[in-house]
Design a protein around this ligand. Sequence first.
Ligand code: AMP
Length: 289
Amino acid sequence: MKTAHTIEEVRSIIRAARAEGRGIGFVPTMGYLHRGHTSLVEESRKKTGFQVMSIFVNKMQFNDPKDFSNYPRDLERDLSIAREAGVDLVFVPTDEVMYRDQRTCVDVDLLTDHLCGAHRPGHFRGVFTVVGKLFNIVLPDIAVFGQKDIQQAVGLEKMVADLNFPLKIVIAPTVREDDGLAMSSRNRHLNADERHRALCIHRSLKKAAEMIASGERSASNISEAVGRVLAEGSPDKIDYVSVVRYGDLQPVDGISPKSVLAIAAFFGSTRLIDNMIMEERDEKFACIY
Ligand code: AMP
């Protein structure tokens, strides 16, 4: 596995991989890697021959400076996990490499009006801008993102379509701990009590899936039931429980194929997100979470 710190190094290593006829798969991350991240590399390897990962805690996407300074970091551990996962090239840029008097930003209208976009001002501008820059540095054939951050993934699909990036976005399933908690670098901030209470998120998704399986199609009935199950777990704050359309992430009244149920809640000072996508399969609703 190679490690690059500059854009020039990345470009030259990727040029060489392309010259060998290998397709480029890309997994951008902020590090503190877990199985959610490595599952994206596995997904990418099914489709491409050279795996690139970036590790960069992108200050621009943190609306809360405390969240940025507390974000867990452990590069040595990350490099060994990435190597184990079969990554070919890790790009670890500094702030100076990524941002020199940056004046250009990427916003995706409409898709950031609700969910996390409404609660984290400037967050998605930071995400789309840094990912757009990384795409232009790496020039991958595909880039893989997790369903867990659904607004990010759908927003990036739109950015790629609107700005004609010559690559395909792949969305991979959420990887969970055995008890259902979605893996997240932020989970390490949860104390035992918060970690235990946070399981209500997964329970609430299960409740929604059960209601949908038994024919419930009202978004407000489902959101209310989800809210009740969450409340039983005593989150410190619920940011939102929302049912939106997949395509533009606008709220809907009724569940239909490609609706998304999304949740954000605080346990202590840690904000967790999770979601479920509804799809029609064999004339039935499948709930993917
Ligand atoms: P992050 O390092 O949190 O910015 O995440 C980097 C990528 O990993 C994003 O595409 C996330 O959606 C994805 N990711 C984070 N957690 C998970 C998870 N539990 N399952 C699948 N993908 C994940």
